[in-house]
Design a protein around this ligand. Structure first.
Ligand SMILES: NC(=O)c1ccc[n+]([C@@H]2O[C@H](COP(=O)([O-])OP(=O)(O)OC[C@H]3O[C@@H](n4cnc5c(N)ncnc54)[C@H](OP(=O)(O)O)[C@@H]3O)[C@@H](O)[C@H]2O)c1
Length: 169
C-alpha cells in the first residue's frame, strides 16, 4: 500500500524504563498529566488500537474515530470501526493526516516501520509488566523535544514527554 507522503502516522505510548506497557491487560499507571496529554494530542484524529487494548479501555473514546484491529469477523462494539488488517485500518483514516496508533504491543510493532512520529511518555522507574513496547533503534529516530515532570497524583513518580521523528537518512 502506498502511504501519502504528508501522512504523519504517530505512535503514542507511555512506557517504563524497560519498555513496560501493560500488565494483565491493563495500564500500569494512571498519570493524570499523561491522560490529559493523550486527550489533547489525539482529539479530532483517528486512533487505531488492537482488540485487547480496546477491551482494556472498554468503550470508544469520544471525539475521535476509534478503529479496532481484530481478525475476529464476529467482533462488534458500539461507536467503533473495525479493521481486519493494517491496510483496512489506514484506509479508514484517509481523511486524517495524523492518525494515532495507540497500542498495544502487537499493534505498535505492526505500524512501527511506517510511523513518522512517536509521542512517548517515559516513566522513570521499573514496573511489573507482561507487555512491552518494541525495542527502538535510536539511530533511526531524532529526539525533537523532551520535558521532565513530577506526577501530581502519584508520589515520587517522574516522567518525561518525548517527541521523536523518524530521521530521513
Ligand atoms: N502504556 C501504554 O501506552 C499502553 C497503550 C495501549 C495498550 N497498553 C497495554 O498493552 C496491553 C495490550 O497489548 P497487546 O499487545 O497484548 O494487545 P493489542 O496490541 O492491544 O491487541 C492485540 C490484538 O489485536 C489484533 N491484531 C493483532 N495483529 C493484527 C493484525 N495484523 N490484523 C488484525 N488484527 C490484529 C488481534 O485481535 P484478535 O485476537 O481479536 O484477532 C490481537 O489479539 C494491555 O496491557 C494494555 O493496557 C498500554
Amino acid at each position: 500500500m502506498k502511504i501519502k507522503k504528508d501522512k504523519n502516522i504517530t505512535i503514542i505510548a507511555a512506557i517504563g524504563k524497560n519498555n513496560e506497557l501493560g500488565f494483565k491487560n491493563k495500564l500500569i499507571w494512571n498519570i493524570k498529566e499523561d491522560l490529559k496529554r493523550f486527550k489533547k494530542l489525539t482529539i479530532g484524529h483517528s486512533i487505531i488500537m488492537g482488540r485487547k487494548t480496546f477491551e482494556s479501555i472498554s468503550k470508544s473514546l469520544p471525539g475521535r474515530l476509534n478503529i479496532v484491529l481484530t481478525k475476529n469477523k464476529k467482533f462488534k462494539a458500539e461507536n467503533v470501526s473495525i479493521a481486519s488488517n493494517i491496510f483496512e485500518a489506514l484506509e479508514l483514516t484517509k481523511d486524517d493526516n495524523q492518525p494515532f496508533i495507540i497500542g498495544g504491543s502487537e499493534i505498535y510493532s505492526l505500524f512501527l516501520d511506517m510511523t513518522e512520529t512517536i509521542e512517548l511518555t517515559r516513566v522513570h522507574d521499573n514496573f511489573k509488566a507482561d507487555t512491552f513496547f518494541p525495542d527502538l533503534n535510536f539511530n533511526d529516530w531524532d529526539k525533537i523535544s523532551e520535558k521532565k515532570y513530577y506526577s501530581d497524583n502519584l508520589d515520587n513518580l517522574s516522567f518525561s514527554f518525548i517527541t521523536y521523528k523518524k530521521n530521513k537518512s
